[in-house]
Design a protein around this ligand. Structure first.
Ligand code: ADP
Ligand code: MG
Length: 756
């Protein structure tokens, strides 16, 4: 899928800025000397025992002194890198160094001065010029701008500047920033605008711009996708990504009493930079199997640029004055190590996430739709022309026989024809409508119907026209984002400029080769000296050998001094780390004190259970308390409490059963005996009656009809039933009458209840 290339080293160049006004005014001594031809930087210590202390010399791919021009730097060092990005390689430019040594000057420079513009604006010019000169290629260029401050990523192009972005990883495309906005740009002006917006946002978020910029990393990303017809007749897409990185100041964080927030900040800023250092060390020492990319956002994001699939240039910026000596040496040592990083760049061909492919497919789909719709129309108008959408892509099949004239003309012509067609159609319909209106032979109803029909047709026509226009404009908008070269326009100034650039490029190449040869010669010098020597006399031999000895001795001393310095540095760094550790431990102890003494154990445990460490974000997070969990806690009751209102121990339950002691009673603590009220009624007892009275009563209660009255005086009575009937009849003797109906009033007589 991708053409692999042998590995190549990270290119490291050093740039020393001029003394500034203040330094000149204060008469600072210059301690840095730069040998541009040899690619060497020498630093001497003015305070050391200068008699036998030699300057420390470092050799790099190229070095630039205070007179260096931005454009020279670009042509010699950055142009080849951007060229390879245009070919589909990944490329990265780091600006490393102490604050105030010219990182931002190198990357951005002075915006409105073409002479002093930095790499970023120069690369814009370079990229779009290249595209305009290309042939048979389609390009899509987009830009993103982000910042890492205190291990937080901010999208400098987003509206919401308070939002923090996350790093994500996908197996196919690697590490990326989730939701990072990117803008498709069609010209230098547009991409410059993107940069300016980002720069403005950068300072908006900062309370103190100087401090902020010296402590944050800014990364401008340009992605260039290029589609070209391959020899296999298929379109192939190559994607090059250019990272332009303005790193935070590399100076040691001054110990500012490191308290609370300050300390937190200090440890965090150091993180990305020190992780960068650690990654470099791990990459070059040849022994490490683990490269700590994951230790910081910066190293994760730029993993490919360090030992991976990218071409990388590091610009180490230094200051010339004596008071910067230590930082200058640190920067030089740091970048000296970076020289040994080996990258394995390759052309990224047909990656899955190419936006250009999506664009092309979408355009093809829209065009097909357009074609379908206009096809309908074409039939109607037979040999009429329609050529709106096809003006950019002249080799499109859909233009076929109709397109026999020039592209540009076709566009205008097509538009005109198109408009004519719509007008014609409308007029035709209008005319037909009128004809119907005036046609008196039609019945009114029929007329109405026809009119409605015509109106509907007109509506449809209108809608169709709008839809087509929308589609066409969509296609146009999308196509305008795909950049194509200037085809066959022969532009003389352009051509001359190109030749000039070519020449400049050649000169730069020449210089580079010279430098390499010089460096090699220097190396060989000593060896050849040894080989070719034949001594004419003993004295000469002694002389020469003494000279050589001296030279070697000096070298040995230099190496020893270097070792000493590095050790000193190491010790200092270690001490600082120990100090930081002590401070952190002290703070930790305080936190412990507070937790142990003022936070209930139960609460602490709850928090400990809820807390989880997020490796991605490098932070502790609290798991949310979910409702469900809550409910479950509420529902499940302790086992000991089944059947009781509250938890009870086994002992309590036993004790409760054994003794009626209220001590273990969970419920019904009071024992209540009910006091039943005493009885106030008696059982019924029959009254005692004398036998005579009883008999009389018996009689009295007998049914009245059973009484036979005998008017003759005597009476006899025979009750039909033996059962005496009690009832009202007994009490109404007046109602008694004789069934014989003799008519004579009969008065009841004494029945002889009471014997007389
Ligand atoms: P940094 O970004 O490393 O903190 P700057 O790029 O802001 O440093 O540079 C600090 C100052 O030095 C700026 O005013 C800049 O114009 C000036 N400067 C840096 N490098 C050069 C250079 N090579 N030539 C001229 N001026 C420079
Ligand atoms: Mg800066």
């Amino acid at each position: 899928m991708s053409k692999s290339k042998s590995s190549e080293s990270v290119k490291v160049v050093v740039r020393c800025r001029p003394m500034n006004e203040k330094e000149r005014a204060a008469n600072f001594e210059r301690v840095v000397s730069v040998d541009v031809k040899l690619g060497q930087v020498a630093v001497r210590n003015p305070r050391g025992a200068s008699a036998h202390e030699h300057p420390k010399v470092f050799t790099f791919d190229s070095v630039y002194d205070w007179n260096s021009k931005q454009l020279d730097l670009y042509d010699e060092t950055f142009r080849p890198l951007v060229d390879s990005v245009l070919l589909g390689f990944n490329g990265t430019i780091f600006a490393y160094g102490q604050t105030g040594t010219g990182k931002t000057y190198t990357m951005e420079g002075v915006r409105n001065d073409p002479e002093r513009r930095g790499v970023i604006p120069n690369s814009f010019e370079h990229i779009f010029t290249h595209i305009s000169r290309s042939q048979n290629q389609q390009y899509l260029v987009r830009a993103s701008y982000l910042e890492i401050y205190q291990e937080e990523i901010r999208d400098l192009l987003s509206r919401d500047q308070s939002r923090r972005l996350e790093l994500k990883e996908r197996p196919d495309t690697g590490v990326y920033v989730k939701d990072l906005s990117s803008f498709v740009t069609k010209s230098v002006r547009e991409i410059e605008h993107v940069m300016n917006v980002g720069n403005q946002n950068r300072s908006v978020g900062a309370t103190n711009m100087n401090e902020h910029s010296s402590r944050s990393h800014a990364i401008f990303v340009i992605t260039i996708e290029c589609s070209e017809l391959g020899p296999d007749g298929e379109n192939h897409i190559r994607v090059g990504k250019l990272n332009l990185v303005d790193l935070a100041g590399s100076e040691r964080q001054t110990k500012t009493g490191a308290q609370g927030e300050r300390l937190k900040e200090a440890t965090k800023i150091n993180l990305s930079l020190s992780a960068l250092g650690n990654v470099i060390s791990a990459l070059v020492d040849g022994k490490s199997t683990h490269i700590p990319y994951r230790d910081s956002k910066l190293t994760r994001l730029l993993q490919d640029s360090l030992g991976g699939n990218a071409r990388t240039v590091m610009v180490a910026n230094i200051g010339p004055a004596s008071y910067n000596l230590e930082e200058t040496l640190t920067t030089l040592r740091y970048s000296n190590r970076a020289k040994n990083i080996k990258n394995k760049p390759r052309i990224n061909e047909d990656p899955k996430d190419a936006l250009l492919r999506e664009f092309q497919e979408e355009i093809a789909r829209l065009k097909e739709q357009l074609e379908k719709r206009s096809g309908k129309k074409k039939k109607k108008r037979r040999r009429r022309k329609f050529g709106e959408a096809g003006e950019e892509l002249d080799d499109d099949a859909e233009e076929e026989e109709d397109d026999d004239d020039d592209d540009d003309e076709d566009g205008v012509d097509g538009d005109k024809n198109n408009a004519d067609y719509w007008r014609e159609q409308q007029e035709k319909l209008e005319k037909e409508r009128k004809a119907i209106m005036e046609d008196h032979s039609l019945v009114a109803e029929e007329k109405q119907r026809l009119l409605r029909e015509k109106e509907k047709k007109m509506d449809d026509l209108h809608r169709e026209k709008e839809a087509l226009e929308m589609l066409a404009s969509k296609v146009k908008a999308m196509e305008s984002k795909l950049l194509v070269g200037g085809k066959n326009i022969v532009d003389h100034t352009n051509e001359q400029q190109r030749i000039l650039e070519q020449k400049r490029h050649e000169i730069a190449e020449q210089k580079r080769r010279e430098r390499e040869m010089q460096q090699e010669m220097e190396c060989r010098d000593e060896e050849t000296l040894e080989l070719k020597e034949t001594y004419s006399s003993l004295q000469q031999e002694v002389d020469i050998k003494t000279k050589k000895l001296k030279k070697l001795f000096a070298k040995l001393q230099a190496v020893k001094a270097e070792i000493h310095d590095v050790q000193e540095d190491h010790i200092k760094e270690r001490q600082e780390l120990e100090q930081t550790q002590n401070e952190l431990t002290r703070e930790l102890k305080l936190k412990h004190l507070i937790i142990e003494n003022f936070i209930p154990l139960e609460e602490k445990n709850k928090i400990v259970v809820r807390a989880t460490f997020d490796e991605e974000d490098d932070t502790w997070k609290m798991r949310p308390i979910t409702r469900i969990q809550d409910d479950q806690q509420m529902m499940s009751r302790p086992v000991s409490a089944v059947g009781y209102r509250r938890p009870l121990s086994q002992h309590a339950r036993m004790a409760m059963m054994m003794r009626p002691d209220a001590r273990y009673r969970a419920e019904n603590i009071l024992m209540l005996e009910l006091d039943l009220p005493s009885r106030t009624t008696k059982e019924y007892e029959e009254p005692v009656i004398a036998p005579k009275v009883a008999a009389a009563l018996e009689d009295a209660l007998r049914e009245e009809d059973e009484i036979q009255v005998d008017a003759s005086g005597g009476f006899s009575k025979k009750p039909k039933s033996g059962r005496p009937k009690t009832g009202k009849k007994a009490s109404t003797p007046t109602a008694a009458h004789s069934p014989s109906g003799s008519g004579s009033p009969l008065y009841p007589q004494s029945r002889g209840l009471v014997p007389k």
